[in-house]
Design a protein around this ligand. Structure first.
Ligand code: IFM
Length: 786
């Protein structure tokens, strides 16, 4: 037997292992084992496409409309399809008996490995089968699948068929059926090199694949001349079959050049050979990990889960992602939410990219900036000013929220998020501001960030109404993050985020006007921005209504919430989250105080400096008893809050739920793709919750407090263009702001930080060790709002 393909894998601590074939878990496993490189994602189906498998090949930002209720991310032809048969029996589960089966996702190297021991029905002969595949992080247009097959009991002749599978469809969600979004444009097979070009139906984007297979038996490698061929392998010998694939779309190259480019890339890949390609790919993957890894000592299970979340963020977007792409709510791993972009990206996952790959974060924000005109159109269409970002966004930036959705009980219901869930406009502005503070990227602000923020503020200024009852401004008829209660007034999260946007827009404008007067003057002129308008921003912001019970000082989620029926929280299910209440039908849940995810706590998650620690605790204790967590966004927010108020065990419990959202299929729909918000939320619980990294008036602050189990946490976070090494130990916090360019002015080589509430200045490239203290229990921020 030749050396096992297993030798390409990294240390077991980096592996996600699937020990057995379980048909009932097939679709979930396909999601978990998704490979990708930010250019595309490929679900981890088995190469033989077992019965019922759901192949998924999703190109970043490639949507199409045809036949669907609304636009959806297209499921493109599946390039890894590869079938072996012996004596008419297909090697595959469940077609042939599998005596052993295992699959390993190697997160460190970005590889999917599989090993199966088959036994034929006729003759009961055993066949050892291994495969390894990757979608290159070094060259996003290259993918490779290698299969090593060894007959153990007798010599065998294998019939082999390699294809790019065009039989795939989008499955269709809720009310629409399955559909194929492409037709075949060109196909050829010359001397074993197959070329397939498909065209999407509406957008007419070409997607081209070239592929070829080499077979090595007895140390002789033969390039196959046909897509179907036979090879005979002696007992105990191994045949190594390698499928090289190249992939382009007409978004990457011109329509005229696509064929030659795809074929040329294939030839180059094949000439480089498997070993070189896998080494380059794995090296790139490891480089990514150097910037992104979070090392936990003392908790191997959580370490693996945390890395699993980070792995999926690494493949969801990268430097290879095309301009004009943002990450959908299920990344590139499934059709859930049709690939649409929600606030999940701006609020839950963007911070990860801001602090590990700021270039990617910038790209994700440019997605919003480039769609400002569509947001302006939406505002106008609703009778508002400025820019109103869509609740669900895809290619063009128009609102693509469907009007129908399947509820938790499987019933198809009408949804009103497109008309009423408006907080996203503030969330996007807040994401741009966080990016700016962390990176100091002034050109970003001048080239669109400021415009976006001012237009968002304009929207809120036109969206609020003056409420005579409270003699305050506020937003009426909205849905907050808690989607159980529709059409409410003065949703605390929405009002407070609108207020934040109005305040920040003014402050940002003044700040940039002082530093870059000419450019800001031009922006103001283009937007026809007047001083009186800025004054109006101030007036509204200062008189925004933030509902609160005067006696208990609990913030009210929306006006009238406290009067809703209070019911006891149901028991917890196996994942540790409350079951659905049986005391109230789903259609009546709005009449109760049950909430889907907590809006008030969510506000603290985004703007922690606005909460004193006592306020956060008071509200957390109140709302936790009412929160059903029927959203994958919920657990991480609660984990963060519990960590900040010192409830470490509870925080840890929520962290585990968030980290294992997909590994344990907590929401029962991992088959539809990874839950993007849980991926980014998990990272935030560790970095911002337990390690206490947060912002106060633009200063980076730390006040860590680790779960009892952990000995240390270590990670790097990008801050003002340079990595800051953070190591939290039981006894100390170690900070080192690394590698600042010596050419920088001296004042830029010092980083002001705050540790346990005390100011410090870190000189570049020096390690500082701060003895641990209990975090200042009294306050989180300096400017408590409530
Ligand atoms: O954005 C979320 C929303 O908050 C709750 N429903 C699912 C959406 C996508 O994850």
């Amino acid at each position: 037997m030749s050396p096992s393909l297993h030798e390409h894998l990294s240390h077991p601590e980096w592996q996600i292992l699937d020990r057995d074939w379980d048909a009932s878990n097939q679709h979930n496993a396909e999601t978990l084992f998704t490979l990708g490189n930010g250019y595309l994602g490929s679900r981890g189906i088995l190469e033989e496409s077992p019965v019922g498998s759901q192949p998924g090949t999703f190109f970043a930002g490639l949507f199409d409309d045809t036949g669907a209720q609304v636009t959806e991310m297209i499921n493109a032809p599946n390039p890894i399809s590869f079938i072996l048969a012996v004596g008419g029996e297909k090697l595959g589960v469940p077609a042939m008996d599998a005596l052993q089966f295992r699959r390993i996702l190697d997160m460190h190297h970005g590889l999917l490995y599989r090993e199966t021991l088959y036994r034929t029905a006729v003759g009961k002969s055993r066949i050892h089968y291994e495969s390894l595949r990757f979608f290159s992080m070094a060259n996003p247009h290259v993918a490779v699948l290698r299969i090593a097959v060894t007959p153990l009991d007798q010599s065998m002749t294998f019939s082999i068929r390699s294809a790019v599978d065009t039989s795939v469809t989008n499955r269709g969600l809720v009310t629409e059926g399955a559909k194929r979004h492409f037709h075949i444009h060109t196909f050829s097979n010359v001397n074993g090199t197959s070329y397939l070009c498909t065209k999407t139906l509406e957008q007419e984007v070409l997607i081209a694949y070239a592929s070829m297979v080499t077979a090595k038996v007895n140390s002789r490698t033969v390039r196959q001349q046909r897509r179907k061929f036979d090879i005979t392998v002696e007992k105990g010998q191994t045949a190594v079959l390698t499928k090289f694939i190249s992939i382009y779309t007409s978004r990457d190259v011109s329509t005229r050049a696509i064929r030659s480019k795809t074929l040329k890339t294939l030839q180059r890949a094949a000439a480089a050979g498997f070993d070189k390609l896998v080494t380059r790919h794995a090296r790139r993957f490891q480089e990514r990990w150097r910037d992104c890894d979070v090392r936990l000592e003392g908790d191997p299970a959580l370490q693996r889960a945390l890395r699993f979340n980070i792995y999926h963020l690494l493949i969801a977007a990268s430097a290879h992602s095309p301009a004009g792409y943002s990450i959908g709510a299920r990344c590139l791993s499934g059709e859930g939410y049709r690939g649409h972009v929600f606030w999940d990206t701006d609020v839950f996952i963007l911070p990860f990219y801001v602090h590990t790959m700021p270039d990617v974060a910038r790209k994700l924000l440019m997605y919003r900036i480039e769609r400002l005109d569509a947001a302006r159109d939406k505002a106008r269409a609703h009778g508002f000013q400025g820019a109103m970002f869509p609740w669900e966004s895809a290619g063009t930036g128009e609102d693509v929220t469907p009007t129908w959705h399947k509820d938790f009980d499987g019933k198809v219901i009408e949804i009103h998020t497109m008309q009423q869930e408006h907080h996203i406009t503030a969330d996007v502005a807040c994401a741009a501001w966080h990016y700016f503070v962390a990176t100091g990227d002034v050109p970003f602000m001048l080239e669109g960030g400021l415009e976006l923020t001012l237009e968002a503020a304009r929207f809120w200024a036109s969206r609020v109404t003056y409420d005579r009852k409270y003699r305050r401004y506020g937003v009426e008829n909205v849905i907050g993050p808690d989607e159980f209660h529709e059409n409410v007034d003065h949703n605390l999260y929405t009002n407070a985020m609108a207020q934040w946007t109005l305040r920040t827009a003014r402050a940002l404008y003044e700040q940039l006007r002082r530093s870059h007067p000419a450019t800001v003057r031009t922006i103001a002129k283009t937007l026809k921005l007047r001083r009186t308008e800025l004054e109006r921003f101030r007036e509204i912001e200062e008189r925004m209504y933030l509902p609160q019970d005067k006696r208990t000082r609990v913030l009210e989620q929306f006006a009238g919430y406290f009067k809703k029926k209070k019911l006891p929280l149901p028991d917890l299910d196996d994942s540790g989250l409350p079951r659905f209440p049986t005391s109230v039908p789903l259609s009546k849940v709005h009449s109760t105080q049950f909430i889907k995810q907590a809006d008030v706590i969510m506000l603290g998650f985004l703007l922690p400096e606005r909460f004193t620690r006592e306020t956060l605790k008071r509200n957390f204790v109140y709302y936790e008893k009412r929160t059903l967590h029927k959203s994958s966004l919920s657990a991480s927010v609660h984990g963060w809050a519990a960590a900040r108020i010192g409830l470490r065990d509870l925080a840890y419990r929520y962290l585990r739920i968030a980290a294992e959202t997909d590994l344990k299929n907590v929401y029962g729909n991992t088959a539809d793709g990874m839950h993007a918000a849980a991926l980014g939320g998990t990272w935030q619980v560790v970095v911002k919750g337990f390690c206490g990294a947060h912002l106060e008036q633009g200063i980076l602050c730390f006040d860590p407090r680790l779960p009892r189990k952990w000995n240390s946490v270590e990670f790097r976070m990008m801050w003002k263009g340079n990595p800051l090494r953070v190591r939290v130990e039981r006894e100390a916090l170690i900070l080192e702001w690394q590698g600042t360019r010596t050419g920088r002015p001296k004042r830029d080589r010092v980083l002001p930080v705050q540790v346990y509430g005390n100011p410090h200045r870190l000189e570049a490239d020096r390690e500082y060790c701060f003895p641990s203290q209990r975090p200042n229990i009294r306050k989180i921020g300096t400017s408590g709002l409530f």
